[in-house]
Write a protein of this length. Structure first.
Length: 455
């Protein structure tokens, strides 16, 4: 709080100056000397009256001389004292003027609008930035109630807030934490602001200072950013849905079209091999047909594997848990990992089941590629109104450091986070070097329940 700091500094300097002035008051010794001088002058005057009497004595003249000398010394001392006091007051007033000029310069040059109001919430200070912000010159604003610059629907709440703030004893507070703040321009339009309020006591009265700035551009930028994020999320959802549909189509074509063609080709080769044996063809040709059959068998197995990787038929036919167990078995056979699956049977819509399955699939791919692990534990179940999926490996873990500049950034975890967002959930990870990696996805139950399970 710039102004509050400057105001506090000025108040401290004023208090110090008052202390210096108090120190310039007469001390008891000085008062005693002045009183003695007055008494001696009175005695001297009495003895002067007796001089006119014939009985003149030398003691009277001596006493008069002493009293006069004391009076002269006292007057001289007070004259010097007065000059010192005047010089001190002059220096203090000059310092006070400089401080006020410095504070006024800070207030004038501030990039934030600064408005000060008294106990009655009438404006006593209105800096140039406030003039620009509200479109109102300071000469028109000074003396007006602050409510004139607040939309009518917020005035009573704002006045109550300032009164409550005044009795708290808190020196400063950020305003607008519970709800958005709006101000009223001189042309009648409303605009959003953020503000902070501070209070000080001036001669026993409260003085409130509000520092505020126009947040219209920031709110527009925030709204544009939110729209952009929503559009990107919608685009991501569309891309993932299109990819899933394309996987389904390719898997179906591989299984139904290419798989059938390969099966037909295998039958044709089998018939050809039988005909060659019946015709007494040399054994070399029979061996070649047998080799061709083995190649076709391997090709059929590869096509089935590719089709299942693209879209496991168990996911559509039996549900999520059998599909997770199938992929765990597949990875176990192909890479030799020990994979333990503990999953509860749940009912959820197709889209959510696909997302959970893809998270498990991507997590296992990350374990195979990066973890150098020998064991993976997969757990999926319900905790109250949340589903929890966790994948824990015993690999080399991860330090959490970002990839080096220019290195390829892994997208596996990013894809998992995007899938979790579609489920309305969150992803948490726990990892450290040589202690394995744990991935946990939590998402709400009511986000993924089917219509049948809801009923």
């Amino acid at each position: 709080m710039k102004q509050e700091g400057q105001t506090g500094h000025s108040g401290h300097s004023a208090a110090a100056g008052r202390g210096r002035l108090l120190q310039l008051h007469s001390t008891p010794a000085e008062l005693l000397a002045g009183g003695l001088a007055v008494v001696l002058l009175f005695v001297s005057a009495a003895w002067l009256a007796s001089v006119a009497i014939p009985r003149v004595r030398g003691a009277a003249i001596l006493l008069l001389a002493i009293a006069s000398l004391v009076a002269v010394l006292a007057l001289t001392f007070y004259w010097f004292r007065l000059r010192m006091l005047r010089a001190t007051v002059t220096d203090y007033l000059a310092y006070l003027e400089k401080s006020e000029a410095r504070l006024a310069g800070i207030i004038r040059s501030s990039m934030e609008a600064i408005i000060s109001v008294d106990d009655a919430q009438r404006i006593v200070l209105f800096n140039p930035m406030a003039e620009t912000l509200f479109g109102c010159p300071a000469s028109h604003a000074i003396g007006r109630p602050l409510a004139d610059f607040i939309p009518e629907r917020f005035r009573s709440a704002h006045e109550a807030h300032v009164r409550r703030f005044g009795v708290t004893g808190v020196s400063e507070r950020q305003m607008g934490r519970q709800r958005a703040l709006f101000a009223l321009h001189a042309d009648g339009r409303e605009f959003p602001i953020e503000a902070s309020i501070s209070q000080i006591e001036d001669s026993g009265a409260k003085l409130y200072t509000v520092m505020l700035r126009d947040t219209t551009e920031r709110m527009r930028a925030d709204a544009a950013l939110r729209r952009s994020q929503e559009e990107l999320q919608h685009l991501s959802d569309s891309i993932l849905a299109a990819r899933e549909e394309e996987r389904r189509r390719i898997a179906r074509e591989l299984h139904d079209d290419l798989g059938q063609r390969l099966s037909a080709l295998k039958m044709d080769i089998s018939l050809l091999a039988a005909d060659l044996q019946a015709a007494g063809t040399p054994g070399t040709l029979t061996a070649q047909t047998a080799a061709m059959q083995r190649v076709i068998d391997e090709t059929i197995a590869a096509v089935r594997q590719i089709s299942a990787d693209l879209r496991p038929p168990l996911l559509d036919e039996l549900g999520l848990v059998p599909a997770i167990e199938w992929i765990a078995k597949n990875v176990r056979q192909r890479f030799g990992l020990i994979i333990q699956v503990r999953a509860e049977e749940v009912t959820m819509d197709e889209h959510s089941a696909i997302s959970v399955f893809r998270i498990v699939q991507e997590a296992l791919n990350n374990v195979v590629r990066h973890a150098d692990a020998t064991r993976v534990d997969i757990h999926f179940g319900r905790q109250d109104d949340m589903f929890e999926l966790s994948i824990q490996d015993n690999g080399r873990g991860w330090s959490g450091a970002p990839p080096a500049e220019g290195a390829r950034r892994p997208l596996g975890l990013l894809g998992i986070r995007e899938r979790a967002r579609q489920l309305g959930g969150q992803v948490t990870t726990s990892h450290a070097l040589d202690t394995g990696f744990r991935l946990t996805v939590c998402f709400p139950v009511n986000q993924v329940l089917t219509e049948e399970s809801r009923s």
